[in-house]
Write a protein that binds this ligand. Structure first.
Ligand code: CMP
Length: 134
């Protein structure tokens, strides 16, 4: 295990539900530090670039529309094993499959509107942090 950094996004539905504080408390209670954060309104090209890996998927246009539908909070989380730990705290992408007590199980309304994003591995974390924080 090592100290890692990972990219977290509180998505528009999370911001609209006013659960930024609740989500960040879960990160901090689990031992993750929020070492950078900014509220952003993503442009269409910001969202398309961030999710470029999904550009051929049927849900891509809806995903971009949703991610640009309101403010998001983009953050860097740091801690022991931060990438996997964040994924455990978030739960599975589909809230119907997310473990009890995870953010998506507790707050997400669908596989698309799933409240939070988290990097899925070390290479992605590096690239995603670079994408938003340079
Ligand atoms: P995220 O972890 O941010 O990565 C890609 C996003 O695409 C995912 O969360 C969901 O918001 C969305 N997504 C993934 N699979 C589907 C799907 N089958 N239908 C609709 N949206 C999806």
């Amino acid at each position: 295990m090592s100290i890692e950094r990972t990219l977290s996004i509180i998505k528009p539905d999370g911001v609209r539900k006013k659960i930024i504080g609740e989500i960040n408390k879960r990160f901090e209670d689990a031992g993750l530090a929020i070492v950078n954060a900014k509220m952003m309104q993503l442009s269409k090209s910001d969202a398309e670039g961030f999710y470029a890996i999904h550009k051929d998927r049927s849900f891509f246009n809806d995903l971009v529309a949703y991610m640009t539908s309101g403010l998001v909070m983009v953050q860097i989380l740091e801690g022991e094993n931060a990438i996997q730990l964040n994924r455990r705290i978030m739960g599975a992408t589909n809230p119907a499959e997310a473990a009890d007590g995870t953010i998506r199980s507790d707050f997400a309304s669908s596989i698309e509107e799933n409240v939070v994003h988290g990097s899925d591995g070390p290479e992605t974390a590096k690239a995603e942090i670079e994408y938003f924080f340079g």
